[in-house]
Design a protein around this ligand. Structure first.
Ligand code: NAD
Ligand code: G6P
Ligand code: MN
Length: 442
């Protein structure tokens, strides 16, 4: 069996240790010769790198491991780049969330003006990674989950149309794990799902077991009462009360269209007033993550590095990220596994923009994803998606053309924003906050 060389870009990410543990747990299914980390923040990466060196020495000493901030060293000789960077890191996420909230608008990592601001930072960072990969390992594939995935995917479609970058999201996996629990199934892989939409903006239209039995009625009965809340600890990532509220709110999102089951992120577009009312302007999700996951992961990593041992450490395998191994395997071994991917529509949703980047099931093999046919979608979803895809396309146009007006239009068009006046006030504050990251707009 061929052994693969993998680069994790964003080595200093809070998710890196969980992903490394998950890769180490799957070496029989996806053998690794070499694992490298790349980040542009040497100190942040070193904390995670030193701890992962210990984990690898303990569990799979045959895997060669290194971390670097040098792009040539990092991107040379690799088969896969698993990318999860956060341009501007948590302090900028905090501003993405707090600036809109100051104007009475949803403040969220990937939705509304915060997601747009993050998109304007991420596009350049992700394109840089793609270019390094193409320069130093032209045959490699990039599995990218750097957010905001919808905007990043539109940017790579437009600006690097031939690059081997696959954009993915773990939210449907998180929802499907809950669905499997509701249904009493061993694994989410026992379900065959039909899903369509944009990233963080989609709906399940059909869910069946492998024998073809319709599983939607039982799921709908649960979601109508409890949203996606289940009474079992099945997810190590989406655990805090704020996430529980999001899973619960899916009940109200579902009520708007009982023919489908919604992605949790739709709450930001359909109930923005509720979201703003329930937000703390002084303490947002970024604060929660900095005080929670970031402190925990970095604290545990320091302990592991100091002791030279992971005994007693509470870092867990990111089981939930095993879809990344599934994707790498699908490409490496041409498995044709059915997975949700963010791909150009090209007629799959027959009544929707063929150039839109949509999230739909694809059969993934060694030449990449083959999308399944969705057909035509109902007016409600079509209307929402037309508006949202225009936001995403305008952000990329604004970045390319350095256009103030296009970014103002993008923020105005977001369903989370009440008027062009409010959009302009938010935009002006975001420009000041992002001066080190955005192109200068005119
Ligand atoms: P984090 O801030 O802990 O880690 C991100 C790392 O990226 C940091 O170490 C930072 O120094 C590095 N970085 C920033 N810009 C860079 C650049 N230009 N080149 C190289 N490295 C750079 O963030 P996190 O919370 O661990 O999340 C990482 C990313 O993964 C975020 O974009 C997050 O939104 C995304 N994510 C996506 C999904 C999904 O469903 N698609 C799921 C989970 C996380
Ligand atoms: C989900 C989404 C990701 C997002 C993450 C945020 O998993 O699919 O795209 O980055 O949630 O989680 P956080 O814990 O950082 O708020
Ligand atoms: Mn996501």
């Amino acid at each position: 069996m061929k052994k693969y060389s993998v680069l994790v870009a964003g080595g200093g990410s809070t998710f890196t240790p969980g992903i490394v543990l998950m890769l180490l747990d799957n070496l029989d299914k996806f053998p690794i010769k070499e694992l490298k980390f790349y980040d542009n923040d040497a100190a942040r990466q070193e904390t995670i790198g030193k701890a992962c060196a210990v984990l690898i020495k303990e569990r799979a000493p045959e895997v060669e491991f290194s971390y670097t901030t040098d792009p040539r060293e990092a991107f040379s000789g690799v088969d896969f780049v698993m990318a999860h960077i956060r341009v501007g890191k948590y302090p900028m996420r905090e501003l993405d969330e707090k600036i809109p909230l100051k104007h009475g608008v949803v403040g969220q990592e990937t939705c509304g003006p915060g997601g747009i601001a993050y998109g304007m930072r991420s596009i350049g960072g992700v394109l840089e990674l793609v270019d390094y990969m193409e320069k130093y390992s032209p045959n490699a594939w990039m599995l990218n989950y750097s957010n905001p995935a919808a905007i990043v995917a539109e940017a790579t479609r437009r600006l690097r149309p031939n690059s081997k970058i696959l954009n993915i999201c773990d939210m449907p996996v998180g929802i499907e794990v809950r669905m499997a629990e509701i249904l009493g199934l061993e694994s989410r892989k026992e379900m065959i799902v039909k899903y369509y939409g944009l990233n963080h903006f989609g709906w399940y239209s059909d869910i069946r077991d492998k024998a073809g039995n319709d599983l939607m009625p039982k799921l709908k009965e649960h979601v109508a009462k409890h949203g996606y809340v289940v009474h079992k600890d099945i997810d190590s990532q989406h655990v805090e009360p704020s996430w529980n509220d999001t899973f619960a709110k899916a009940k109200d999102v579902y009520a708007l269209d009982t023919n489908t089951l919604p992605n949790t992120y739709l709450k930001y577009y359909l109930f923005p007033d509720y979201v703003v009312e329930h937000s703390n302007k002084e303490y947002t999700r970024a604060n929660e993550v900095m005080d929670g996951r970031e402190k925990h992961v970095f604290g545990e990593c320091r302990k592991i590095a100091d002791k030279g041992s992971s005994a007693g450490a509470s870092l867990h395998i990111d089981e939930h990220a095993s879809y990344i191994v599934d994707l790498a395997r699908a490409i490496a071994y041409n498995t044709k596994e059915r997975m949700l991917m963010i791909v150009p529509n090209q007629g799959s949703i027959s009544n929707f923009d063929p150039t839109a980047m949509v999230e739909i099931p694809c059969l993934v093999g060694s030449t990449g994803p083959e999308p399944v046919q969705i057909g035509s979608i109902p007016q409600f979803q079509l209307g929402m998606m037309n508006q949202q895809v225009a936001v995403e396309k305008l952000v990329v146009e604004a970045w390319v053309e350095k256009s103030y007006t296009k970014l103002w239009q993008a923020i105005t068009l977001s369903k989370t924003v009440p008027s062009a006046t409010v959009a302009k006030a938010i935009l002006d504050d975001l420009i000041a906050a992002n001066k080190d990251y955005w192109p200068e707009l005119h």
